[in-house]
Design a protein around this ligand. Structure first.
Ligand SMILES: Nc1nc2c(c(=O)[nH]1)N[C@H]1C(S)=C(S)[C@@H](COP(=O)(O)O)O[C@H]1N2
Ligand SMILES: [Mo]
Length: 540
């Protein structure tokens, strides 16, 4: 693991400054006076105790946060590098969770670069299990956000918000006084959390609920190709797509730091009483809360074990559950916006990661040996005019150039210029019939599924006819103003800028218009969907 020194300093500086200031104050002026807790029970309208809805949402939140963190780490380890720049040039990462330096003398694909993660930490663990990890991540996020929304609504429709939301700027000096105590290892007397929190505690909870959680929610979609390539202002909020990704990771780190601190403080400041507060809602020191709390922890561990087991043993089921629950929501949120972001020539990435295995079949090799002069793109299926088109014919049919941002499911991105025939033009030429709803792109190349070891079955993917008609859906024959090279898909590859990279079939051999994709391959919509259990929606 390697973290860039400047970033490390940037992240550590605030903490060091705060600690130095706290120690300085203690050494020079002594411990500051602590705020006097307000008196309880003389007819004030302050909330006391934790109602059932709050205890339940607190627990559900914890459950899904753990699933989110574990699946998130698994997704990260599929491209274990974090950058501040959108190009993901090897060597520019600020955090590298792999010992590997990208070799320059041989092909090193982004998939080669994915790392093993222990199933105790990652959900589901192992290497390149990003398909399953994403299903758990997206399933969890729906429930986490749903639960959070209920919490939010109830918080403000009762007086419980008064616990969290500071009502006077006095909270800042008060929290500082508490911090100076903690930082110099002088545990201050803790107020009874049944009635109110100490100032620092209140600020921390406020920060987690009203800053960290929204940051997690809003930095997530900044990684979506559909969103970023339609609403260019969105990734600019954090800066760019990779800053959004880095921020999403840092927010996760902040959650972990909070969790550790929170649990430690709850344990130090009267564990049995605190457990009764948040588990059973009473304010005494019997062991009920502790016992039920242990059962609750057991359930969380069981759910996590079940989540791993389901991903390893029943990946297809998991994929289909996600399809039933996640896809409708995603479709509603992300299916309509057509991509339109364009970049400038200066923005083109110096290096674009590659994925996929160069075709090894005779057909492609002999075409390649003759600069693809004999190449004929076969277009068939439910069309009025099936066609076989040479590269020259494709060129004369139409040429559109677009400089766009590529998003791989693994997390890396890069900008390149692509020129090719818009799919819309081809569709006009071949005229699909009224029953055609999807387009299949077959590659000359074989797919590689790391944990299944499937090599030998051909790579393919599908698009809805509707998406094929978008103006940024191209059959590209040029990249960065040169004929497409072998690595990036010669002679012809797909570009579809509102989707993740795995949809963009390289080394295209033929195209087929079909009524539905279930009869193709294993019926999931593509090689990666069939063998790596990727979700059929690739818009985030
Ligand atoms: N035939 C084929 N096409 C493929 C793949 C593959 O493995 N085989 N990988 C896909 C993935 S996962 C990505 S991210 C992009 C990468 O395109 P690039 O290598 O030009 O960057 O190609 C896509 N097209
Ligand atoms: Mo990818």
């Amino acid at each position: 693991m390697r973290i860039r020194r400047s970033t490390m300093l940037l992240l550590a500086a605030p903490l060091v400054l705060l600690l130095t200031a706290a120690y300085g104050q203690w050494a020079i002026a002594g411990l500051p006076a602590l705020p006097v807790p307000p008196t309880i029970g003389n007819g004030t309208t302050e909330p006391s105790g934790f109602p059932a809805w709050l205890r339940i949402t607190h627990y559900v939140n914890f459950l899904f946060l753990i699933l989110l963190i574990r699946s998130g780490l698994q997704i990260l380890m599929d491209h274990p590098r974090l950058y501040w720049n959108v190009h993901c040039t090897p060597g520019t990462e600020w955090l590298r969770l792999t010992p590997i330096k990208v070799p320059k003398d041989r092909l090193w694909t982004a998939k080669d670069d994915s790392r093993y993660l222990s199933p105790w930490i990652g959900l589901p663990g192992y290497r390149h299990t990003i398909g399953m990890a994403r299903h758990w991540h997206f399933l969890s996020v729906l429930f986490w956000v749903g639960n959070g929304s209920i919490f939010f609504l109830l918080l403000f429709s009762t007086d419980q918000w008064k616990r969290l939301v500071p009502r006077s700027w006095q909270i800042v000096p008060d929290a500082w006084a508490v911090f100076v105590h903690y930082a110099t290892f002088h545990l201050p007397p803790e107020p009874n959390g049944f009635y109110h929190y100490n100032a620092l505690q209140q600020l921390a909870y406020f920060g987690v609920v009203f800053i960290l959680a929204p940051l997690a929610i809003f930095s997530g979609p900044s990684m979506s190709p559909t969103l970023t390539n339609r609403f260019t202002w969105y990734p600019k909020l954090p800066g760019n797509r990779q800053i959004g990704r880095s921020l999403h990771f840092l927010v996760m780190c902040a959650f972990v730091v909070f969790l550790v601190g929170h649990v430690t403080m709850v344990a130090i400041a009267g564990f049995t009483r605190n457990m009764n507060h948040i588990v059973v809602g009473t304010n005494d020191t019997r062991l009920t809360g502790l016992y039920f709390g242990l059962v609750g922890m057991g359930v969380i561990i069981a759910v996590n074990a079940m989540a791993n087991w389901m991903a390893w043993r029943h990946p297809r089921l998991l994929q289909h559950v996600a399809k039933a629950i996640v896809s409708p929501v995603m479709r509603f949120l992300l299916d309509r916006p057509a991509p339109r972001a364009e970049f400038r020539r200066e923005d083109i990435s110096p290096f674009l990661w590659a994925n996929g295995k160069l075709p090894t079949c005779k057909a492609w090799k002999s075409l390649e040996a003759n600069q693809f002069k004999e190449y004929r793109l076969k277009v068939s299926g439910l069309v009025e005019h099936p066609a076989e088109l040479s590269l020259d014919e494709l060129r004369t049919l139409g040429k559109k150039m677009q400089i766009t941002l590529h998003h791989c499911i693994q997390g890396w991105s890069g900008i390149a210029a692509w020129s090719g025939l818009p799919m819309a033009e081809l569709i006009q030429l071949v005229r699909p019939g009224p029953t055609a709803t999807a387009v299949v792109f077959y590659s000359f190349g074989e797919g590689v599924a790391i944990h299944e070891g499937v090599v030998g079955s051909r790579y393919y993917d599908t698009l809805s006819l509707e998406n094929a008609l978008n103006s940024q859906t191209l059959l590209a024959y040029e990249m960065n103003y040169q004929p497409l090279n072998n690595l990036h898909g010669a002679p012809l590859r797909l570009r579809v800028e509102n989707q993740l990279g795995f949809k963009m079939v390289k080394w295209i051999e033929s195209i087929e218009f079909v009524e539905d994709v279930q009869s193709i391959g294993k019926g999931e919509g593509g090689f990666a969907e069939d063998h790596e259990y990727f979700g059929e929606l690739a818009s985030i």
